[in-house]
Design a protein around this ligand. Structure first.
Ligand code: SF4
Ligand code: SF4
Length: 396
């Protein structure tokens, strides 16, 4: 793999130009109204210069950083999920004619995207969705096609938000594997520059077209310091030891009812979560009934309808639905897919109108488990000989 290079601001523009010349729509963070969102960009000037954010439970604000940083904020309002896995996807259209009913499979959009500024948490979330949507026997063809054409430029998170806990989940602040290029923004006495490291042959090929200086030992040390400082200022922490067992052991906890007293079942947490992938199918027709469309739309386990089986809903209370969501994220997802369903982006905490904080709720479950002495692993200890068998996952 090629060596890391240093790009200045014109160099970053050249990288954008090279990707556009290769046919990519380049999407990056931009400020829209009072939030940072992903949108198509043409130039470096479209990036949010000197804009930071303040994220706390139930709170999101942009702020003036007072510097020239282009990536000086944490997770944008949405991750890459709406780009690769749109909230509303037209699957097919049907038309009734005088002689026949004609159904046409919806053609997939063939636009290639390059995502600039993917955070470590969101890169890990893309990896999770790759496994679920493109790595199993029945693949999602729309996702797989978009994903295979996508070019990913990750960015080291230098200013985590108050709701971030990627360091606990092992997904950041330095992005892990999977990006074509990883960029670390450096803003110090040596100037405003970007350390760019290729992660794939495709990334190395693109980088070869972008003139840059070879990174020095000082540049590498400055980039390492960005990671160290960001880890030290991470807003939240989620101890992961024994987490799966804790959730299963807490199936009958009274704490679920406590959360339900606050939870509005609004579904925000699932809609902003970069790993949630539940969908529903909706059929619509025009007023004449001659034209039909079938759409796949995002759904949420926080709605009662989502748990509808024969005979009725199986999760009729908000407490059952919150328990289902948290237990799936942190326990049964591991059994299903061999990984955590949470990457620590903190969005469900930031965008919850009731300020419900996943890390605090897990802490409450831990305290409760420790208090009842139900399972020493749940109280933060490791496994020990003779520990009680972990209960099976709850019926929902
Ligand atoms: S936890 Fe918060 S964001 Fe999620 S459904 Fe409940 S109120 Fe809405
Ligand atoms: S559960 Fe919350 S913190 Fe974890 S990945 Fe989803 S939105 Fe991010």
């Amino acid at each position: 793999m090629a060596d890391a290079v240093i790009l200045d601001l014109p160099g970053l523009q050249t990288l954008i130009d090279v990707l556009r010349t290769r046919g990519h729509h380049v999407l990056g963070p931009v400020q829209r109204d009072s939030a940072l969102v992903l949108a198509e960009i043409d130039t470096v000037a479209d990036l949010p210069r000197g804009v930071g954010d303040r994220q706390e439970p139930g709170t999101y604000r942009t702020r003036d950083r007072g510097d020239e940083a282009l990536f000086g904020f944490a997770a944008t309002a949405q991750a890459a999920k709406p780009v690769l896995f749109p909230p509303d996807e037209l699957l097919w259209t049907g038309a009734r004619t005088d002689t026949a009913d004609v159904t046409a499979q919806q053609a997939m959009d063939t636009g290639k995207v390059a995502l600039l500024g993917v955070r470590g948490c969101d890169l890990a979330a893309i990896g999770i969705q790759d496994t679920i949507l493109a790595g199993r026997a029945a693949i999602d063809v729309h996702y797989t096609e978009r994903r295979s054409a996508a070019f990913l430029i990750a960015v080291t998170c230098g200013t985590p938000a108050g709701t971030c806990f990627c360091a606990s989940m092992g997904t950041g602040p330095k992005p892990g594997a999977g990006a074509d290029l990883t960029l670390t923004e450096l803003l110090d006495d040596a100037g405003h520059r970007f350390l760019v490291e290729p992660g794939t042959p495709a990334g190395a090929e693109v980088l070869a077209d972008v003139p840059g200086a070879q990174a020095t030992a000082a540049d590498l040390a400055a980039a390492a310091a960005v990671v160290t400082d960001a880890t030290a200022t991470m807003g939240r922490h989620l101890p992961t030891e024994g987490l799966r067992d804790l959730l299963y052991a807490s199936a009958e906890s009274p704490h679920w009812e406590d959360v339900a007293q606050r939870c509005l079942a609004c579904t925000n947490c699932t809609l902003v979560c970069p790993t949630c992938f539940c969908t529903s199918v909706e059929d619509v027709s025009d007023l004449s009934g001659d034209i039909d469309e079938r759409h796949r739309v995002w759904d949420s386990c926080f709605t009662m309808e989502y748990s509808q089986l024969h005979g009725g809903a199986v999760r009729t209370s908000t407490s059952a639905r919150y328990r289902q969501w948290l237990t799936h994220k942190l326990a049964s997802w591991t059994d299903q897919f061999g990984m955590s369903g949470c990457v620590g982006c903190g969005r469900c905490v930031t965008w919850c109108p009731a300020a419900i904080d996943l890390t605090a709720e897990v802490g409450a479950l831990r305290d409760e488990a420790a208090h009842r002495g139900a399972d020493p692993r749940a109280a933060g200890g490791g496994r020990h000989p003779g520990a009680a068998a972990v209960p099976t996952p709850p019926e929902h």
